[in-house]
Design a protein around this ligand. Structure first.
Ligand code: FES
Length: 116
């Protein structure tokens, strides 16, 4: 079966180390929409489910604010777990060694697409 894709946002919406864009995905057998986000880091884009590896809450209290002040790490607003933006690996905090769940994403022709 051919892979499907869905437009998430325009490339211009993602500044390196800046605000991310929230979207949602279907993840059967889970019912309903599951929150996710995409960010840009060192020129590349990365997308993850918006679920902290600690207790599964969304990372951003302020919508789209996934990076810490340095712009080098993703940070969970709840208990401060920090994640490597390029791998989703938790490198500090209560879920150290666990990872965010990554999603397949592609940047093309000025837009960002989620691959199915
Ligand atoms: S819920 Fe994210 S660090 Fe605890």
């Amino acid at each position: 079966m051919a892979q499907q894709e869905r437009l998430v946002c325009a490339s211009s919406e993602l500044v390196d180390g800046g605000k991310g864009v929230r979207f949602s995905v279907e993840r059967p057998p889970e019912s309903g929409a599951v929150p996710a986000f995409v960010i840009r880091y060192r020129g590349k884009i990365y997308a993850y489910l918006n679920r902290c590896a600690h207790i599964g809450v969304e990372l951003d209290w302020i919508e789209g604010e996934f990076f810490d002040d340095s712009g080098l790490y993703l940070i969970c607003s709840t208990h401060g777990a920090t994640y490597a933006p390029h791998s989703g690996l938790c490198i500090g905090g209560p879920c150290r060694g666990k990872s965010l769940q990554c999603l397949e994403i592609e940047e093309r022709d000025g837009n960002i697409f989620l691959k199915d």
